[in-house]
Design a protein around this ligand. Structure first.
Ligand code: FEO
Length: 171
C-alpha cells in the first residue's frame, strides 16, 4: 500500500478512535446529569465512531498495510451544559471532515483510486453527522434553557436513537 496513503489512513484511525472516546465522555457526563435520552444518543454515537475506526483498521490490513491502534487519551470530564456538549461535538466533526477531505486529496495525488472509492463512504457520513449536529444545536438555541423544553429535547434524542439504530455493518 502507498506509504503516504497508509499514514493518512492511520491518522484517520486515530481521529475516529478519539471521537469515540470524546463522545463516550459526553455520554457519561449526560448520564450523571439526569439526561438519559442524551446519554443514550451519545453512547450510540460513540459506538458508531468505534465502528468507523474498525472499518479503517480492517481496510488498511486487508490492503497489505499495517493498521496502528491508537493510544487512549483522557477526554474532557466536565461540560458547561448541553449547548456546550453539542457545540464541541459539531466542532469536532468539522475537524474530522477536514481530515477526511485531506485523505481524499492524498488518494488523488497518489492515484490510489480504490482507497479514494472506499473513503467516499466517510465523505457521505460526515455530511450526515454535521447536519444532525447542526439540527440539534438549532433546537437547543430555540429552547434557550427552558426546563420543559429541555425535558422534551432529552426525550426526543432518545427517540432519534431508537429510530436510527443502524445495525452494526460488517466492518
Ligand atoms: Fe466518524 Fe463522526 O466521524
Amino acid at each position: 500500500m502507498n506509504a503516504r496513503v497508509e499514514a493518512a489512513l492511520n491518522d484517520q484511525i486515530q481521529k475516529e478512535g478519539s471521537s469515540s472516546q470524546f463522545y463516550l465522555a459526553m455520554a457519561s457526563w449526560a448520564e450523571n446529569n439526569g439526561l438519559n435520552g442524551t446519554s443514550k444518543f451519545l453512547y450510540t454515537h460513540s459506538d458508531e465512531e468505534r465502528f468507523h475506526m474498525l472499518k479503517l483498521i480492517k481496510f488498511v490490513n486487508e490492503r497489505g498495510g499495517k493498521a496502528l491502534v491508537p493510544a487512549i487519551n483522557q477526554p474532557p470530564v466536565e461540560y458547561k451544559g448541553l449547548e456546550d456538549v453539542f457545540e464541541q461535538l459539531l466542532n469536532h466533526e468539522l475537524m474530522v471532515t477536514d481530515s477526511i477531505n485531506n485523505l481524499v486529496d492524498i488518494c488523488l495525488q497518489e492515484k490510489d483510486y480504490s482507497t479514494h472509492n472506499f473513503v467516499q463512504w466517510y465523505v457521505s457520513e460526515q455530511l450526515e453527522e454535521e447536519a444532525l449536529a447542526r439540527t440539534i444545536l438549532d433546537k437547543l438555541k430555540l429552547i434557550d434553557g427552558d426546563k420543559g423544553g429541555m425535558y422534551m429535547f432529552d426525550r426526543d434524542l432518545e427517540n432519534i436513537v431508537s429510530q436510527s439504530v443502524t445495525p452494526p455493518v460488517k466492518a
